[in-house]
Design a binder for this molecule. Structure first.
Ligand code: ADP
Ligand code: MG
Ligand code: MG
Ligand code: MG
Ligand code: MG
Ligand code: MG
Length: 686
C-alpha cells in the first residue's frame, strides 16, 4: 500500500496548505521521469501478483471466528525469517515478501522477485502462492488461519468480532459507529488517511448496500443493530439524519472498504507506448473479471443484494466535499468531481489510431494549469489529461519530514497523489534509481478462496495481456459503458444473469491479426504450425513482450458509428465466444497459446486453468459469492432473515479453510481433481 515512511503526519488543516506544493513537485518529479525514460525501450515481460489475506482466529468451543489483530507481530516474525528462508526455499519459488495492509488483521504477499515470461514461471504461480500461504500459516497461532476471503462477513457487527475485543467508542480517526480504532494498522499513515478523508469530506463516509430480502427479512428493513442514538462524536447523528438508508446495510468507515482483500497483477511493458496499449486493452476487462471473481455477498453480518466489494471501497475513501459531489454550488472547491478517488478508470490513454476520441465520453475534470505544464513539456494530450485528472485530488497524508525532496531522485510527491488514486487499472511510471520499466496494474479482481483459483485468474490475465499486444485486439467501447458494466458486475449473480456491453468485433482491421483467431475457438486449430509462404512458423519459447508498432490502418477502412460497435453479451458469450465472429476472451487466449513452444505437459496444465475459467463463465462452477450465499441460506441455523450469525460465520470460515486445504469437497466451486494445500506446509523447513 505504498510508502510506509515513519514520520510526523500533518493534520488535515496543515496538510491542505501543502497540497499545491505536493502537486507542483509531484509533477516536476514526473517530468524528470518522463525525460529520462520516455524513450526507454526493450524491457522484458516481468510481472507479479499481490494476494491479500484476512487473519482469522477460531474459537472452536464457542463456535466463533474473529479477526485477529496481530498483524504487527506476524509481520515482524515473517520478516525476521525471510532472510533465512532463502536456503530452504524450493528453487522454483523466489523468496516471498509480506507487506502490511490497511486492516490490522490483514497481510499482503508478493513473490520475492517478479516472474519472467517463461512458461515454467507461469506454471510456478500457484506453487508460489501456496508456498506464501503456507509460510504465513506457519507463523500464526495454532487457532489462526490466513484466509483469502474478500470481506470478513461480520466486520462491524454489534458485539465482539475482533480478537482481542475493542469498543468502537474509541474510533478517534473514523468516528465510526461500528469499527474500533484498533481495526486499523497503527502505522501513522493509516489513521491519518482515515481521519483526513473524513475531515476533507466534512462528514463520515456513507455506504449503503441493498439488503438481500429473504423470506423472513422484515420489510421495510430498518437495521436494529445500528446505535442510532449514540452521542460520542459530532457525526453520530448522521445515521439518523439520513446517511443510513432503509432497506440497506449502512457502513460508515474507511475500514469497511480498505479492509477488503483483492488479487492484483502488475505487468512490465516493453516501452511506454505498449504500456498505454495494454492499459487501454485491459480497461473493458476490469468489470468483466470483477463479476467473474465476485466473492463478497455478506456485509456487517447481513446478506447483501450485491456480490462484490468495489462500491464499498469506492465509498469508503470518498473524500469529496459536498461541492465536489454536486450537492452544493462550487464556492470553495475547484471542481465538480463525478467519482471517488477509488473508482473505475476515466480515460483511455493509448495514442494508437484505434483509440477513437468518441470512446473517451466520460466527464473529465482536470487541472488546467498542470495540463498546460505537461503539454508545454511536450507530453501528448491524452497522457497530459490522464495525469492532470489524477492531480485534481489533494494529498491526504503529508509527512513534515519529507516535504522537501530532490525532485530529480525522488518520486514521493508524485506517488502521494498517484497511489491514492485507486482505479481499476494503474499506469505505473518507472521509479527513480531502479531498473524497473513502465508497468500496468490490473486491480479489479476479488481474491479467491484458493490459490488454485487465484493462479487461474493470474494465468488467464497474463495470457490475455499477451494476446492483446500480439494481435492488437481492439476492445474499445465508450468508457461510459465500461462504467455501466462496473455497476452491473456487482449485482447479485451478475456472472450468470447479467449482461455487459462488449465490443462485437475485437479483431484489429490490419494484416497482423490472424483471421484464424475468429474460427479456432475450440483450440483445435493446427493453423499456427502450418507453413506460411513455405516457411515453418517458429514458435516462441517464452511469452514475448516486445512487438513491432501496430501499423496504420489501410486505406479505405470506414469507421462504423461507435454505438454499432458494441452490444450486450452474457458472461458466457464474452468469455467463451459467440457465433463465428466473436472468439471470446478464452478463444483469443487459446489462439495465442498456439504460438508458444510449450510441451504437452505444460499445455495440459495451462488448459486446466483455462478450463476452470471457462466453467466459471458458463455457470457449471459457481462464483465464490454464489457459493457463500448458498452456504448461508442452507445452514440449519439460518432464519431466512438475511442475518449471518456468529455461528453461521464460524461454520462458513471453517468450511472455506477446509476447502482451501483440500479436506472438504466443493465440486460446485472447484474442479473435482482439486487437491488443496494440505501437503504444502510439510515442505517448509521452518
Ligand atoms: P503496489 O502495492 O504498488 O501495487 P507491490 O509492490 O505490492 O505493488 O506489488 C507489485 C508486484 O509487481 C509484485 O508482484 C512484484 O513482484 C511485481 N513486480 C516487481 N517488479 C516488477 C517489474 N519490473 N515489472 C512487473 N512487475 C514487477
Ligand atoms: Mg494491497
Ligand atoms: Mg502491494
Ligand atoms: Mg506496495
Ligand atoms: Mg487493499
Ligand atoms: Mg497493488
Amino acid at each position: 500500500m505504498g510508502l510506509l515512511f515513519l514520520g510526523t503526519p500533518l493534520t488535515w488543516e496543515e496538510a491542505k496548505k501543502q497540497a499545491d506544493h505536493v502537486r507542483f513537485h509531484g509533477i516536476t518529479q514526473f517530468l524528470h521521469t518522463w525525460d529520462r525514460l520516455k524513450d526507454r525501450h526493450g524491457d522484458e515481460l516481468l510481472w507479479g501478483d499481490e494476494v491479500e489475506y484476512l487473519v482469522v482466529a477460531l474459537d472452536d468451543e464457542a463456535k466463533d471466528a474473529r479477526l485477529s489483530l496481530r498483524q504487527t507481530e506476524i509481520l515482524e516474525k515473517l520478516s525476521s525469517i525471510v532472510g533465512s528462508i532463502s536456503s530452504d526455499c524450493p528453487d522454483s519459488v523466489s523468496v516471498p515478501t509480506f507487506h502490511p495492509e490497511y486492516g490490522r488483521y490483514m497481510l499482503e504477499s508478493t513473490p520475492g522477485s517478479p516472474y519472467t515470461g517463461s512458461i515454467p514461471d507461469l506454471l510456478s504461480v500457484e506453487g508460489n502462492m501456496r508456498y506464501r500461504r503456507a509460510l504465513a500459516r506457519k507463523h500464526l497461532k495454532s487457532n489462526e488461519i490466513p484466509l483469502t476471503l474478500t470481506a470478513f462477513p461480520r466486520l462491524g457487527v454489534q458485539g465482539p468480532f475482533t480478537e482481542p475485543y475493542y469498543d468502537p467508542a474509541n474510533a478517534v480517526s473514523s468516528h465510526s459507529l461500528f469499527l474500533p480504532e484498533e481495526i486499523t494498522n497503527p502505522h501513522a499513515r493509516f489513521p491519518t488517511l482515515t481521519a483526513n478523508i473524513r475531515q476533507r469530506r466534512g462528514s463520515k463516509v456513507a455506504i449503503n448496500l441493498p439488503i438481500f430480502f429473504d423470506t423472513q427479512t422484515p420489510r421495510p428493513f430498518v437495521d436494529p443493530t445500528i446505535p442510532w442514538d449514540r452521542s460520542i462524536y459530532a457525526e453520530d447523528p448522521e445515521a439518523k439524519a439520513g446517511a443510513a438508508l432503509t432497506d440497506h446495510i449502512y457502513l460508515d468507515a474507511m475500514g469497511f472498504g480498505m479492509g477488503c482483500c483483492c488479487l492484483q497483477l502488475t505487468f512490465q511493458a516493453c516501452h511506454v507506448g505498449d504500456a498505454r496499449r495494454m492499459y487501454d486493452g485491459l480497461i473493458p476487462i476490469g468489470p468483466i473479471l470483477l463479476a467473474l471473481s465476485a466473492s463478497s455477498p455478506i456485509w456487517r453480518g447481513y446478506l447483501a443484494d450485491v456480490d462484490c466489494r468495489w462500491n464499498v471501497i469506492a465509498g469508503s475513501v470518498d473524500d469529496r466535499t459536498e461541492e465536489e459531489r454536486g450537492l452544493k454550488p462550487l464556492e470553495n472547491s475547484r471542481f465538480r468531481i463525478p467519482k471517488s478517488r477509488y473508482d473505475s478508470v476515466d480515460l483511455y490513454i493509448s495514442t494508437d489510431w484505434t483509440n477513437r476520441p468518441e470512446y473517451n465520453d466520460n466527464p473529465l475534470p482536470y487541472d488546467e494549469c498542470i495540463y498546460g505544464r505537461l503539454r508545454e513539456h511536450g507530453i501528448d494530450d491524452l497522457l497530459s489529461k490522464h495525469i492532470s485528472h489524477l492531480f485534481i485530488r489533494d494529498p491526504l497524508v503529508v509527512f513534515s519530514e519529507t516535504l522537501y525532496q530532490d525532485d530529480e531522485t525522488s518520486s514521493d510527491h508524485f506517488e502521494n497523489i498517484q497511489s491514492t488514486n485507486w482505479q481499476t487499472l494503474r499506469f505505473k511510471p518507472p521509479p527513480p534509481n531502479s531498473s524497473i520499466g513502465w508497468r500496468v496494474e490490473f486491480r479489479s479482481m476479488e481474491v479467491q478462496m484458493t490459490d488454485y483459483e487465484n493462479a487461474a485468474f493470474a494465468v488467464f490475465v497474463v495470457l490475455l495481456s499477451r494476446a492483446i499486444l500480439t494481435y492488437n485486439t481492439n476492445f474499445y467501447i465508450p468508457i461510459s459503458k465500461v462504467d455501466e458494466n462496473m455497476g452491473r458486475a456487482q449485482q447479485r449473480d451478475a456472472a450468470q444473469t447479467g449482461k455487459f456491453y462488449f465490443r462485437k468485433d475485437v479483431h484489429s482491421p490490419h494484416p497482423s491479426v490472424p483471421s484464424s483467431a475468429a474460427s479456432s475457438v475450440s483450440g483445435s486449430s493446427s493453423g499456427s504450425s502450418s507453413p506460411v509462404n513455405g516457411a515453418p512458423v517458429v514458435k516462441d519459447k517464452k511469452m514475448r513482450n516486445c512487438f513491432p508498432d501496430p501499423p496504420l490502418p489501410e486505406n479505405g477502412i470506414k469507421a462504423v458509428p461507435v454505438d454499432e460497435e458494441y452490444e450486450e453479451m452474457t458472461m458466457n458469450e464474452i468469455m467463451n465466444g459467440k457465433g463465428e465472429g466473436f472468439p471470446g476472451l478464452l478463444g483469443l487466449v487459446t489462439v495465442y497459446l498456439e504460438t508458444l513452444d510449450i510441451t504437452p505437459e505444460e499445455s495440459i496444465k495451462i488448459h486446466n486453468y483455462l478450463d476452470f475459467i471457462r466453467r466459471r463463465a458458463n455457470g457449471t462452477l459457481l462464483t465464490p459469492a454464489t457459493w457463500i450465499r448458498n452456504f448461508v441460506r442452507s445452514h440449519p441455523a439460518y432464519k431466512h432473515d438475511s442475518v449471518v450469525s456468529a455461528e453461521i460465520n464460524y461454520d462458513l470460515i471453517v468450511a472455506v479453510d477446509e476447502i482451501e486445504r483440500g479436506i472438504r469437497k466443493a465440486d460446485d466451486l472447484l474442479p473435482a481433481d482439486y487437491t488443496g494445500s494440505k501437503e504444502d506446509s510439510g515442505s517448509i523447513g521452518l
